[in-house]
Design a protein around this ligand. Structure first.
Ligand code: ATP
Ligand code: MG
Length: 169
């Protein structure tokens, strides 16, 4: 199954991210990520054999991150897949440390795919027709996070869906 580790926004923040997604969609077009799918990916595992999922779940349940507060204050784009996102204008040491720690754990379990660069972001649009983010409303959000979620990604006819597999402590 296709798996990734992510932070899920608290409900109030989810709604505010959704409002930004609406603004971006009105201007840039493309596919707006539905509120229930908004997330910050920390580690993308890709396809994982069913026989390896139990060990992954046990490892995650043994993780109890101290948590942190991530400040989101900018729009960004990834040109090729036409992604419009929001994120932070400066690096966030707590998120960087968390991402590194998770990949150390994943590699110890035999999982590969650690990226060379980590750009924490929340995708709001996919396949945007226009990457014109200049006139979008200012972003000024704080995300208080602690627990991590292992999510399974699958595809339905109308687009991708995520399902919770496990959570950290
Ligand atoms: P779709 O690919 O069908 O449009 P999706 O991107 O939402 O849907 P996945 O491709 O399963 O679903 O990705 C799940 C999460 O992992 C998303 O946050 C995505 O940006 C991220 N992701 C996907 N592929 C990679 C990759 N190769 N490297 C890093 N992150 C990835
Ligand atoms: Mg994808």
């Amino acid at each position: 199954m296709r798996l990734f580790l992510a932070l899920e926004p608290p409900d109030a923040l989810r709604a505010r991210l959704g409002a930004l997604a609406d603004s971006a969609h009105a201007r840039c077009g493309g596919r707006r990520v539905p509120d229930e799918s908004l997330h910050l990916t920390l580690a993308f595992l890709g396809e994982v054999e069913t026989s390896r999922v139990e060990a992954l779940v046990e490892w995650l349940q043994g993780e109890s991150p101290a948590g942190g507060e991530w400040r989101l204050d900018r729009w960004g784009t990834f040109r090729r897949p036409g992604i419009v996102w929001v994120g932070g204008g400066t690096p966030d040491p707590a998120l960087d440390a968390l991402q590194a720690r998770l990949w150390n754990g994943l590699e110890a379990l035999g999982h590969g795919g650690r990226p060379t660069r980590f750009v924490p972001h929340v995708t709001l649009l996919r396949r945007a027709a226009r990457l014109s983010i200049e006139a979008l409303p200012p972003v000024n959000l704080a995300w208080r996070w602690r627990r991590l979620t292992l999510l399974r990604s699958f595809t339905l006819q109308d687009g991708p869906r995520y399902e919770v597999v496990a959570r950290s402590s």
